[in-house]
Design a protein. Sequence first.
Length: 343
Amino acid sequence: MIRFGPSGIPLSCKGRTLKDGIEDVHRLGLTAMEVQLVRANLNERYAKDEDIGLAPKEIEGELIVEISRRTGDKEEAITNLDVKIRKGDVINSLTSGLAKDYMELDGLGDLARELDIELTLHTPYYMDLVGGGDLTVRSIDSIKWGALMANQMGASVVVTHVGLYGELTSRVTMNRVVKNLSELGNWLKKRKIKAKLGLETSGRQEVFGDLNEVLKVCEKVKDIVPVLNFSHIHSRGNGSLRKKEDFQEVIDAAEPFVKKHLHTHFSGVEHEGGNELRYTPIKRGDLKFEPLAECILDNNLDITVISSSPLLEHDAMYMKVILERVLSRRVTKADKKKKEGKK
């Protein structure tokens, strides 16, 4: 299956809710959409009488991600959304703007499946799984909260970045990333979250996550999958993706760590000195989609291509058209050879 879709709600969509976005993606003839968890802030309150005995998933109008419960001198953070709320519990709810409660997320998942739209979720873009301070704690929490929402919608992948190297050596950075992602992987498994945790390749030299680093993490941490952002790989390689063979090399390297389905991002890009400067429309950048389209068809890939372009849905549709053109040329060429063979 080959899917194309935008990174977020289509720009042309008249409404700005996720429901509007999913329906608009379908109307455009696209089959994927990456939900953007732009911000992840918590509201804290004590449990009300009407909350007692209900599970967090059953509370209307709130996305509860954690219950703080004190037993004697100990305070426990409960993230199992099926645990019943007790008197004295402190309820932590997420203000994400994605949905008002879990019932709405459930409905969004049903709608996406009905319209054959694959949903994925991207965590906030500024993350730190390296430093070890408060920002690292908040980043880990953001991934957990995103995973809870993704699981409720039936999303297939939770995509995240890692953060800056800072003053640390590459070895120390790798060890910290592996430790944090291993703990996150165990947390996801314990809560039976089906969505895979996807590590996206980064586009700047000071940010952890070139292709080799991402694949090394996937080798060390079970169930982490690589998310190939071709614009980022192209930028860090000083414009390295030019020919079909260049894309093939990347896909071959990632193949041992892909769980049947490859999740990717694509856009035009301006770059300099091994760093991404900004995304551009595909027609304006030096990264072309046609060589990747050839590679997709050569390998019969099961792949999702998310458009990160400033034109979002326009370039998602443009990539779909290019793939269809490449396929049409191949069919025409095969038919011509077949006719010539009969003469």
